[in-house]
Design a protein around this ligand. Structure first.
Ligand SMILES: [Fe+2]
Ligand SMILES: [Fe+2]
Length: 259
């Protein structure tokens, strides 16, 4: 099973890149299932039901989120009804939505889980304990498990990969919007990459217009960071998962330029 996990879609430019690239990837058989992080898909902040439909129509099988999950006001209602979209599992149980989902794809059911890191981020429950509880309990054992770990620190993400090695098909990082060059299969068979990178404007500071971000660092004054324009990149990681073992045969970072 060739499963493409795509990094943070940023605003309308990122959605355009997704719409232009993903249908071709699927048509050519380069990926048979697609998971996409869409926490920045709505103007850079959060997601809406309409935007989720746009991504599903363009070839997403499942959507993951992150620290921007609640930025749009209909996020709670959307996550309560849409079972193909997951929010971090280590948010409070009282939050709307689910931290994992079993999703049907053309190559069979996959389980997609989402976790949020705690290093250099706002406080949340322990993500290591959260995924252990899911794997010990509700997550079905007969489908490959794919984990989007939305986190800032490389050490926390590598540690999560090692913690889950041999227990899930793949762990990939999102949130930094910068692709790392460490895609690999870990010793016990889990596919891993520290960050898949973003899907959005290439001429930017992690998806935002350059000028205001640089000014902010020069002045420390409050500033509005609009989503940048122009040519985009679509970044992700392709995991080849063996349906028999539910572990990973190969992991390769991918990046598509979208003029
Ligand atoms: Fe994030
Ligand atoms: Fe992001």
């Amino acid at each position: 099973m060739k499963i493409l996990c795509i990094g943070d879609v940023v605003g309308e430019p990122g959605r355009r890149a997704f719409r232009e690239v993903v249908p071709g990837i699927r048509a050519r058989g380069e990926a048979q299932a697609v998971v996409v992080n869409a926490e920045n898909a709505a103007g850079g902040r959060g997601i809406t039901g309409a935007i989720a439909e746009e991504l599903f129509a363009a070839g997403a099988d499942a959507i993951t989120l992150g620290d921007h999950t609640w930025d749009q006001k209909d996020a709670g209602a959307f996550l309560s009804r849409e079972r193909r979209a997951v929010r971090p599992a280590n948010y409070a149980d009282a939050c709307p939505g689910r931290g994992w989902a079993a999703v049907a794809t053309p190559v069979g059911t996959i389980v997609v889980a989402n976790l949020l890191g705690r290093v250099f981020m706002n406080p949340v429950d322990n993500p290591f304990h959260a995924i252990d509880r899911l794997l010990a309990g509700p997550i079905p054992r007969d489908a490959p498990v794919l984990v989007d770990f939305h986190a800032e620190a490389t050490s926390e993400k590598i540690a999560m990969g090692r913690h889950l090695d041999g227990r899930v098909a793949a762990v990939w990082g999102t949130h930094t919007h910068v692709q790392t060059s460490d895609a690999k299969v870990l010793p016990k068979g889990t596919g891993y990459v520290t960050d898949v990178g973003m899907t959005g404007p290439a001429d930017s500071v992690i998806g935002r217009e350059v000028g205001p971000v640089v000014r902010k660092f020069l002045t420390d004054m409050p500033a509005k960071f609009d989503v940048a324009k122009g040519p985009c990149e679509l970044c992700g990681c392709l995991f080849d998962v063996d349906p028999a073992t539910r572990l990973c045969r190969s992991a390769a970072a991918v990046r598509y330029a979208v003029p």
